[in-house]
Design a binder for this molecule. Structure first.
Ligand SMILES: [Zn+2]
Length: 499
């Protein structure tokens, strides 16, 4: 998209806005200001939180997470207040200027707003978040409208057409942690002792070291993990991730009782592109109960540990997909205050990050939400339980920024650490005892789905031809991840993974 076109569109829309704001016709002035100021406020809130203006990609996230609005306002009280104060300042200046000077734009000039809105809409539809920094008066409502028009259709998934060849591992759990950087764990060589327990039991784990996530944001990585999307299929313009059989469908077909556990969302709100259709293959959908919502945030992962320990003793074949809360921002609430090991730390409400404090707080979170979690889990699982666990995270955290900075899900200047995740297996089923384990630090998220199918007893030939290698086969030659929307709407790019 040429910069010249952008500048032309920007100049015309900005000109149309100011002739309406400084129009001789009072009603035109009031209506324009009445629309502009709230949109400016929204844009400033985003600017103060993420460092850039509200655009198409933000509109997508906002529209699919409207239920999170009140908690977002609490978490980001400082930027919200800052944006409010700035907007009020702008309003005061506007009032002063319109009073003091006489503006001679004729009333009919205000009509220029109509073609400006149409032009802005055409332009945003065309660029989808790439250089579309038009004035907030147009950008905020028109990006939201465009994103709304691009909402994903609710499609049915195709059925599973194959049957398993073997009984599979009896108790099979996939744990997807939240915001855990693989290289931040001392298990994987981090100098700070963030995972003392895991390091002590390292010989019991099949540790694949630092893996690359499919995307650098939660929803993209989770839907890819659930549907077996492969790296070469990114961005998923064909929406395969919404149409291929889910891991729950394969598990049902293989005779498992299926559990989907989401400890992040309360009140049964689905996230990560999951639909009500997907729940048809889930026997037990567990989310944060009203009672658990009242308890400290750092307790939530331990509800998952309790559940998995119980299910590992079940007589039934059980498959679990669990979303932990892990090191979900703000970090300070993800561990008990008396478990503060590294200091000084950020407070729960802090918005301004400093590299030192962010890292300390994050490391405290890892010691609790990863290390202590695994200590509890491994303490209760015995070889008699015939349990197999795969563990990873949805994406990593880039803590290199100071001030107000974003740690993942960025679409420009993306750091590969945003896709840097841990990956290991705990095999107490003996299922993979005879298999050779490839060298660590080469694996990707895309290998998890094929591994789960193998562990559910499906034939290797089907798995390899339809998906790709399991964790026990040669990993892909190049590791890449996607930044931006997984379905390719708006700005997105494929980035080589390094660490
Ligand atoms: Zn996440």
């Amino acid at each position: 998209m040429s910069l010249t076109l952008y500048l032309l569109v920007f100049c015309f829309t900005a000109w149309a806005m100011q002739v309406a704001l400084f129009n001789s016709y009072r009603t035109a002035r009031l209506i324009t200001a009445g629309l502009w100021l709230p949109f400016l406020f929204i844009s400033l809130v985003y600017r103060f939180i993420s460092g850039y203006n509200y655009n198409y990609a933000d509109a997508h996230t906002a529209l699919s997470n409207t239920s999170l609005l009140s908690s977002a306002i609490q978490n980001y009280a400082l930027p919200v207040l800052g944006a409010l104060a700035t907007t009020m300042g702008v309003a005061a200046v506007l009032r002063l200027v319109t009073k003091r000077f006489r503006y001679t734009y004729q009333a009919s000039y205000a009509l220029a707003l109509l073609p400006a809105v149409l032009l802005g809409y055409w332009y945003i539809n065309r660029t989808l978040g790439v250089i579309d920094d038009l004035p907030a008066l147009y950008r905020v409502p028109l990006s939201t409208l465009t994103a709304y028009n691009h909402a994903l259709p609710q499609t049915q998934r195709e059925p599973v057409k194959v049957v398993p060849k073997h009984p599979g591992a009896k108790h099979l759990f996939l744990i997807v942690d939240e915001s855990i950087t693989g290289s931040a764990l001392s298990l994987n060589g981090q100098e700070a002792n963030t995972t003392p327990f895991l390091k002590s039991v390292a010989p019991e784990l099949q540790n694949f070291g630092i893996a690359s996530a499919c995307t650098n944001y939660s929803a993209g990585s989770n839907i890819a993990l659930m549907s077996g999307l492969q790296s070469h299929e990114l961005p998923d313009k064909d929406r395969k991730a919404l149409q291929q059989p889910s891991i729950f469908q394969y598990a049902k077909k293989a005779g498992y009782t299926t559990y989907f556990v989401d400890m992040q969302m309360g009140r049964g709100i689905l996230q990560n592109f999951m639909t009500l259709h997907d729940l048809e293959s889930v026997d037990h959908y567990l989310y944060v109960t009203e009672e658990q919502l009242e308890q400290p945030y750092y307790e939530r992962d331990f509800f998952i540990a309790d559940l998995l320990l119980k299910l590992s003793k079940s007589d039934e074949k059980v498959f679990v997909y669990a979303n932990k809360v892990g090191a979900h921002w703000p970090y300070a609430r993800t561990y008990p205050p008396d478990s503060t090991f590294y200091r000084p730390v950020l407070s729960e409400r802090s918005i301004l990050k400093s590299r030192k404090k962010s890292t300390n707080t994050y490391f405290n979170s890892l010691r609790w939400s990863v290390d202590r979690f695994w200590e509890k889990l491994m303490g209760g699982i015995t070889p008699q339980d015939s349990t197999f666990i795969i563990y990873t995270s949805d994406h990593g955290q880039d803590l290199s920024g100071d001030g107000i900075s974003i740690t993942h899900a960025s679409v420009s200047n993306v750091s590969p650490v945003e896709a840097n995740v841990p990956l290991w297996c705990l095999d107490k089923s003996g299922y993979t005892a005879m298999l050779t384990k490839p060298k660590p630090n080469q694996q990707t998220h895309a290998q998890i789905f094929p591994t789960l199918l193998m562990l559910q007893g499906y034939a290797p030939s089907h798995i390899r031809s339809r998906y790709g290698p399991t964790l026990y086969e040669s990993p892909p030659a190049n590791r890449v991840f996607l930044s931006g929307d997984i379905f390719g709407r708006g700005a997105n790019s494929i980035i080589p993974f390094r660490y």
